[in-house]
Ligand binder design. Sequence first.
Ligand code: ADP
Length: 655
Amino acid sequence: MKKVALVFVIAVLVPSLVLAWLAVRSLRDQQFLLERQQSLLCQRVTDGLANEVAGRLAARQQEFAGQVENLTANQEARAVGVQFDSRIRKNWALAEVGFCVTLAGKILSPAANARTEAQMFYLDNGAFLGNREAAEVYNNSLSTANNLANLTRNNVSQGLALNDVYGSSFKAAAPASLAAPVARQKMEPVRAATRALDSDKLKSDDASQAATVPPAREAPSQSTFSNRGQQARKVNPQSVNFETSKDASVDEQKYLSKVIPAEAEFRQLIGNDMDGMLARFLQNKLTLMFWHRLNREPDLIFGAQLNLSRVVDDLRGLVQAEPAMRDEICLVLLDDNARPAVVSRPGFSANWKRPFVATEIGDALPHWEIAAYLVNPAQLTQAAQTAKLSLGLFIALLLLAIGVGSWLIVRSLNAELKLARQKTDFVSNVSHELKTPLTSIRMFSELLAEGRVTDAAKQHSYLNIITAEAARLTRLINNVLDFSRLESGEKKYHFQPCDLTDLVRQTVATFRPHLESSGFKLECELPDAPVPVRGDADALAQVVVNLLSNAEKYSNGGKVITIQLAAQQTPLPYAEIRVLDRGTGVPRGSGEKIFEKFYRAHDSLSSGVQGSGLGLTIARQIARAHGGDVVYEPRAGGGSCFSLRLPTATPAATG
Ligand code: ADP
């Protein structure tokens, strides 16, 4: 049994569990892939949109440059510079405050005593624009950063202070000549008109610049131009989870902002560029500035602080999902506090800090992000969850099947074992049952044969014993033969009309002498009228004999056996032969089992009663073959009551 269990575990249980585990794993990978695919798709959308927003701001910056060029086209630049605040606001809606400052740090506009916004601007930015203090700014001009880096390198080698580099001697040089190629390219369209006019001057300026830039004296300190390091992003996109890398530092980077502020003075920041964008946080509020300078007047810088709400309005049209994705995602422009500035789906709300994916816009709008939220976050996991559920159910069913299968195997093994045990018992019981009568027959027949018994009465008694034992042997052998025929389906019945009253009477008459010789009293209660049935008289007589024989075997000292025959009319007409004894009765719970083959409720050792466990099995099979049954019920007052019930035949059928 243990071996079978081990084989079962190794051959069925372990492989099934391994398969289930593999299935769960592959499902998890599949879900991960699905989520990653979706996140990549959304990431492409937010990346594209962030670029578009940056592009729109760059276009506005160029628009501003165009405005400056227009305003100064036919006028003296300084004169325009003095009134620049009012002039630019009139001409260009995005401007909140216009300013004009010289490279030396003199602020021409707005005037310190102008309108309130201008005054505020002056207070906030005066020192920075006037190059009196360094400020933490986000500079959206790559060329400026390059220039600063180049100049810083040169200055380190030449020992020149940055302040001197951008000092009075620098003013004489044409900044355009110093601008990096990138900056030149970027500003090409805006300056195309002016460049043609100034090209000759620029050439000579280029030449003079090389001569006029004074040698550097000392390296810039970290405090005059330094990066403050990365800040944490304001949002925590879920997509970061789908991209977990093995390198922890790479993972950390995903939570850090890519935009890094630089601390520098205005003059240092603009370097040699012709225009650019700057962003500053003043009292935690973002301020955006565009600036531009003229080729013909490079020491004058025209700039404008932008009206942020108008900028946002300007970007509103951009923040729209493609029609194909409109029902799936909501795109949001988040400000530097992760609050929604523009939402693509009206009325949409979510945990703004937990977008599905998000992309930083960059230096143009530092710490602002384009975020995508799933309109129905459950949808993504729904398919996976359904698959998970199905797989779970499948595994549960598999385990259930394994459980039920193993239970059935164990049950059938137990049954087989029990049957094997019963068969062994049967063989030993039958051998014993054969041996006992054979011994008696041999002993008494030898006594008679040797002529040692002369007394006629004794001779008669010995002959009776021999007859009874032979009858017992016949019964046993009949039972065994009948059983094997029944089992193999070879048993043939000869159905014919017969009278049960007559059949019982005859059987009792044959069995009575044997019973009475053993001290039993057999009471026979038969009806006067015949009870017609259709059946095999020999087979039915065998059933009655088996029941009487059992009543004798399990009498346990109760020496009265009753046999009754009665015809009943309800529910259907049937005849009932009852054999009642006052013996041990069938132990509780074995009432049905005693009809199983080889089953013995009283085992030979403890009860001392021999048997094969086949008598009742055969009796029931015969009864059922006749459309009836044999049933057991305990007899009131002790003992057993076995009933053979048979359907009665109509007189016509009995013939
Ligand atoms: P056997 O008598 O050869 O063992 P049976 O099939 O005739 O086989 O009987 C099955 C079991 O039913 C018996 O072993 C016995 O335990 C129980 N049994 C049968 N008849 C009686 C009875 N009249 N009283 C008590 N127990 C009985």
